[in-house]
Design a protein around this ligand. Structure first.
Ligand code: FUL
Length: 693
């Protein structure tokens, strides 16, 4: 009897202890982020401000000899910068404490080329100090951009400069409180003032700065910092290979610690990388980084900014958005307006996670332990997660709504403290009883958001198709974000194919080719449409979820340029001026001198009555043709001048320039540039077209 009792007690005890046995969390899948990188990643969105002496000379890069007396921002107010950033939902501000010109926004004791010798506040001012104070007041973190390249310093290129550079870094990282990020621009070496030497100096980017010792010094001064470096040793973060505001759809937060870094590695990360080096997407709210009055009307629009959002934060990156500061020391009202409206749309898009009101089920749970079950992805806690057993690398999660629910965005987050794992996933929606794939993707990482046309779904299924190791998902979200119903853009390429695009991925596109008004009953646009001859395309954006349409976009295309040849030019990139896309352009070689001709064979004789020119928008080398002559010929020998004159407001408004002339037959055209807006020999074209009778 006693023996029996002991056995029962033993069985009971062991059952209880099994029930309470802790299921171990998934082991980290290395490499994993450092604490500093985790904190930085969670910031998601922060600002750049570009301000320097070259703000006063309308330049992109100062040469290093700009007159200090120009620096007098009479209305400077770093609290205005901080307020705008805070209201925009940003978490920090990185300031160009020293840009390539070498001019310092703080009174460095190691140079005379700083605010201390400027008329501003009689040399008593310190912009880094004012910004540090403003950031503190607004609860923002401070970041510092210090250009390793210094076009002012006489010692640049010599070992002595490294001491100077480190002394300056020490000042910046000691005197202004905590600094979350330090930014070392990759532009390095070249022509400069260099204390009056006015010469070109080159350095070896891999050795000159002795980065490893500089890094040690930085980490000692600021243990919580992250280092961005595009110029030498791998830092804690990486550039994404473009300043246009997007990282690859596949985005691994990994690189190798040593060895070559190709453009692809920057843009997509390196799946097999041995180090955690996540992506920071840097772009400006205007075309340029520094302020240029001519760009006051070129501030990015909300749809453009939203696109950047989905292509940066929505693709496992952070977003570093730049505000150029005006000569008066303030952010322009147009930039402020765009940033605040952008923030509003982000808020409206992601405020309500519809998954939180639904029930969530998963294909399997790690050790069947409640700690890793499905609802962890909607508990609002970034530190809890849904996980599976170690051997599981495909899994699915299904969200069941109480009633059909309109959705157009899906969000997923991996618990990256344990590494980045997912390689491929799909999102399906149950619509009218049928499963339909609405989106698919590759990597997830810290955060991934996919867009799709609105659907009225009763369920959503997220399937992880492939993962490096068992998936660990901390957050899932489904949203019904506002969609933009701006009229679409319509382009035709050289072979006559029409492409139609909307600002937003949500809505659908419909078009007509016969001049009739498009409706949601017209042709649905899904892929480029081949057209012949002259054609008038009308298109709308239509949101099936609301039944609303955009205004109608209309484009009239002349004859396709199928057989056009650009003569006397070897460069195949020249054909981008015939591809119908105003965002791609080409410049004639710099060694040419005005007048510069562009000669095109149209392939057959036509009756011409005009031409159109769209200047290249390349912000680094403005090259809009301002005075021109236009010739036609039937044999490429005898030329007839049919139009000449100027494109009057092209500098401020570089859009389509249309010129008509008396109809005449021709097979060849010669577009001669006599003068550009910059007074140099740069000649850029985004598109060139003719008007036939
Ligand atoms: C570039 C620099 O050359 C630009 O002037 C700007 O500072 C940008 C953020 O980085 O490489």
């Amino acid at each position: 009897m006693i023996k029996k009792l002991i056995t029962v007690i033993f069985i009971l005890a062991s059952t209880i202890s099994i029930g309470m046995a802790q299921v171990k969390p998934p082991a980290p899948y290395r490499p994993v982020p450092l604490v500093n990188q985790l904190k930085w990643q969670a910031m998601e969105y922060y600002a750049f401000v570009h301000f320097s002496l070259n703000t006063y000379t309308d330049q992109s890069w100062g040469y290093g000899n700009e007159d200090i007396n120009l620096f007098n921002p009479k209305e400077l107010d770093c609290r205005q910068w901080a307020r705008i950033c805070k209201e925009s939902g940003m978490k920090g501000i990185i300031v160009t404490a020293k840009h390539h010109s070498g001019f310092c926004l703080w009174p460095s004791k190691y140079t005379e080329y700083s605010v201390k010798n400027a008329p501003w506040k009689n040399g008593k001012g310190d912009i880094v100090r004012e910004l540090a104070d403003a950031c503190k007041e607004y609860g923002l973190k401070l970041g510092i951009y210090v250009s390793p390249w210094d076009r002012n310093h006489p010692d640049y290129g010599k070992p002595e400069y490294i001491t100077y550079f480190r002394n300056q870094l020490t000042e910046l990282l000691t005197n202004y409180g905590p600094v979350f990020e330090v930014w070392f621009d990759g532009a390095n070496g070249g022509s400069g003032y260099y204390g009056g030497a006015n010469e070109t100096r080159t350095i070896d980017r891999t050795t000159y700065y002795d980065w490893s010792n500089t890094y040690k010094m930085i980490r000692k001064l600021q243990p919580d910092i992250v280092i961005w470096n595009d110029g030498g040793d791998r830092g804690d973060l990486r550039w994404v290979g473009t300043e246009a505001g997007f990282v690859g759809e596949t985005n691994w937060s990994l690189l190798n610690a040593t060895g070559e870094v190709t453009w692809n590695m920057l843009h997509f990360g390196l799946e097999s990388g041995d180090s955690w080096v996540p992506a920071e997407v840097n772009t400006s709210i205007r075309p340029e980084w520094f302020y240029h009055p001519s760009e006051d009307n070129k501030v990015k629009t909300v749809p453009q900014l939203m696109d950047i959002y989905y292509h940066s934060i929505g693709r496992n990156g952070t977003l570093l958005l730049n505000f150029p500061i005006m000569p008066n020391g303030l952010i322009h009202k147009n930039d402020e307006k765009a940033a605040l409206e952008f923030a509003q749309v982000v808020k409206e898009s992601f405020d309500e996670n519809l998954a939180e009101k639904a029930s969530v089920k998963v294909s399997s749970v790690r050790g069947k332990d409640k700690k890793y079950e499905a609802r962890m992805v909607i508990d609002g806690n970034a530190d809890t997660y849904w996980a599976t057993d170690d051997t599981v690398t495909t899994a699915s999660l299904t969200i069941e709504f109480k009633k059909p629910t309109l959705i157009n965005r899906f969000l997923a987050q991996e618990y990256i403290s344990l590494g980045q794992r997912v390689k491929a996933f799909t999102v399906e929606a149950l619509v009218d009883g049928n499963w339909k794939e609405v989106a698919k993707g590759t990597t997830i990482g810290y955060k991934r958001i996919v867009r799709f046309p609105g659907v009225l779904a009763t369920q959503v299924r997220f399937t992880i198709l492939e993962s490096k190791s068992s998936p660990v998902i901390s957050t899932i979200g489904v949203f019904n974000a506002p969609v933009f119903l701006n009229a679409p853009t319509i382009i035709r390429n050289q072979t006559g194919e029409i492409s139609i695009a909307a600002d937003d991925i949500g809505p659908l596109l419909y078009y007509t080719l016969d001049g009739s008004e498009p409706t949601s009953k017209s042709n649905r646009y899904v892929s480029p449409v081949k057209t012949e001859g002259k054609v008038e395309v009308k298109a709308i954006v239509f949101d099936p979820a609301t039944g609303k349409s955009s205004s109608v976009a209309v484009e009239k295309f002349d004859l396709p340029k199928t057989n056009w040849k650009i003569l006397q030019v070897e460069d195949s990139r020249a054909y981008s001026i015939l591809d119908g896309d105003i965002h791609t352009g080409w410049h004639q070689h710099k060694d040419k001198k005005m007048p510069i001709d562009l000669v095109i064979d149209l392939g057959s004789e036509q009756t011409l009555s005009g031409f159109r020119y769209f200047p290249d928008q390349n912000m680094w080398e403005p090259s809009y043709i301002a005075r021109y002559e236009f010739y036609i010929s039937t044999n490429n020998e005898d030329w007839k001048l049919v139009s000449q004159g100027e494109f009057p407001n092209i500098k401020n408004n570089p859009l389509w320039q249309v010129k008509n002339f008396a109809p005449a037959k021709a097979r060849y055209i010669k577009f001669r540039a006599l003068k550009n807006t910059e007074g140099n020999n740069e000649t850029g074209y985004a598109e060139v077209d003719v008007i036939t009778n």
